[in-house]
Design a protein around this ligand. Structure first.
Ligand SMILES: Nc1ncnc2c1ncn2[C@@H]1O[C@H](COP(=O)(O)OP(=O)(O)OP(=O)(O)O)[C@@H](O)[C@H]1O
Length: 416
């Protein structure tokens, strides 16, 4: 555990960066420091590895005052990742990653083998090893930065706005990667960001700071978003904090309605792209391939129109935000629930997602089976009990041509 015990920093010019902070950073969890510019986030982070020395109070690492430890030795036991990665430009990626093992006196072969292992761990191709940092994208450089910080397997990782210099898509990928790594490695992570969205996504606990490193609120992300301590924190969280909260609730709360029928249940169609079948939802028809993977939506009122995309979500892996997004983006207003292989296991319309939002419990799965009487329900799907437009689903096959190729009805019995 890291403990800030009345820690403060007054600079020689009289600026008080941090004043008497008491804060515990639990072992094996991710704590995110968030707050406005200049509130002291970086100062706090750097107090841990003695890049900033407190002028009052102490910082304890597993009970030891860090001021009693040799700074160089201390830093070798603490991974440090900064914005723009801070890689050595003249060193190849493999040697950048192996920096701390070299400093620790590992032999070159062992250090490089460890670096290669880490390259893989952070999702970079083996051939990246021989490149120089300037030959990598910003996102790749950040991955190398994370790999370098992890090289000597330090128990503590300090991350100072590590993902803020990359575009939002790359950033989301890096955040996901960090969550995956952390679920395996269980480091004590202290992460600084300006971005509240990033904070609630990554943090087990989030510390909202005000000026001089004063704690405005310390809470888990869900509590923070649903019960901000005061009007200032609420304002900092932004007006869409309710929507953000959806990103913390599992999509398993959505009642997913099984798709009636399927390959083998009736005549299918053979197209140049293989066997497929359609399921009607009012004026829309969802087309699936013989593996039950969605191909797209067909507007039944507009024969010959292009196939529209069929956005999906994973009830077992996504959040309510993902489910809502899929339902909103679907031309039919219906999100397709998918399994890990991308196969449709059911559907959820907007009403079903909204019903899940309204329920206080994050997981609320109804018993399998539903009252619509369409039969042939896929009991492998999450059970469902919702009513609404999708309850009118019927299994049908059309012989109409679609945008992705002419369809020929052949009564192939599902193509098996
Ligand atoms: N060497 C220094 N001398 C004087 N004041 C300093 C020094 N370093 C930092 N400060 C001040 O200390 C305060 C806290 O700085 P710090 O960098 O910790 O803030 P921050 O929350 O990380 O900011 P940002 O989000 O903008 O990076 C700021 O007011 C800053 O201007």
């Amino acid at each position: 555990m890291i403990r800030f015990d009345g820690a403060g920093k007054r600079h020689p010019d009289g600026t008080v960066a941090v004043e008497g902070l008491d804060l515990d950073i639990p072992t094996g969890r991710t704590t995110v420091l968030v707050g406005p510019s200049g509130c002291g986030k970086t100062t706090l982070l750097r107090m841990v590895n003695r890049m900033v020395e407190p002028t009052s109070g102490r910082v304890l690492l597993d009970g030891t005052d860090v001021s009693e430890l040799d700074p160089a030795k201390l830093r070798r036991g603490i991974g440090y990742v900064i914005q723009q990665a801070g890689l050595f430009p003249h060193r190849r990626v493999i040697d950048n990653i192996a920096t701390v093992p070299y400093l620790l006196g590992w032999d070159r072969k062992k250090a490089r083998a460890r670096a290669a292992e880490l390259l893989d761990l952070v999702g970079l191709a083996p051939e990246t090893a021989r490149r120089y940092p300037f030959q990598l994208s910003g996102g790749q450089q950040q991955r190398v930065g994370v790999a370098r910080a992890l090289a000597a397997d330090p128990p503590v990782l300090l991350m100072d706005e590590p993902f803020s210099a990359v575009d939002p898509v790359v950033r989301a990928g890096l955040q996901e990667e960090l969550l995956r790594l952390q679920s395996e490695l269980h480091k004590t992570v202290l992460f600084v960001t300006h971005d509240i969205e990033e904070a609630v996504r990554l943090g087990d606990q989030v510390v909202v700071l005000r000026e001089r490193g004063r704690i405005a609120q310390l809470a888990d992300p869900h509590t923070l978003l649903t019960a901000p301590a005061d009007a200032d924190v609420a304002a900092f969280l932004g007006r869409d904090r309710g929507l953000r909260g959806l990103g913390l609730r599992p999509a398993a709360a959505v009642a997913v309605r099984p798709i009636p029928g399927g390959p083998g249940d009736g005549p299918a169609q053979r197209s140049p792209h293989g066997v497929r079948f359609g399921v009607r939802f009012g004026g829309w028809e969802l087309t699936l391939d013989d593996q039950r993977r969605p191909i797209g939506w067909i507007d039944r009122e507009a024969p010959g129109a292009a196939l529209e995309p069929a956005p999906g979500f994973r009830p077992d892996a996504d959040t309510l935000r993902g489910a809502l997004d899929a339902a909103v983006l679907s031309p039919a207003g219906i999100a397709v629930a998918l399994d890990a292989d991308g196969r449709a296991i059911g559907t959820a319309d907007r009403e079903a997602v909204l019903a899940a939002l309204a329920r206080p419990s994050p997981v609320d799965i109804a018993a399998p089976g539903h009252p619509s009487g369409v039969g042939a329900a896929d009991t492998s799907a999450v059970g469902a009990s919702e009513t609404g437009p999708s309850a009118a689903a019927t299994t049908t096959v059309t012989s109409r041509a679609t945008a992705s190729g002419a369809v020929e009805t052949d009564g192939a019995g599902g193509g098996r």
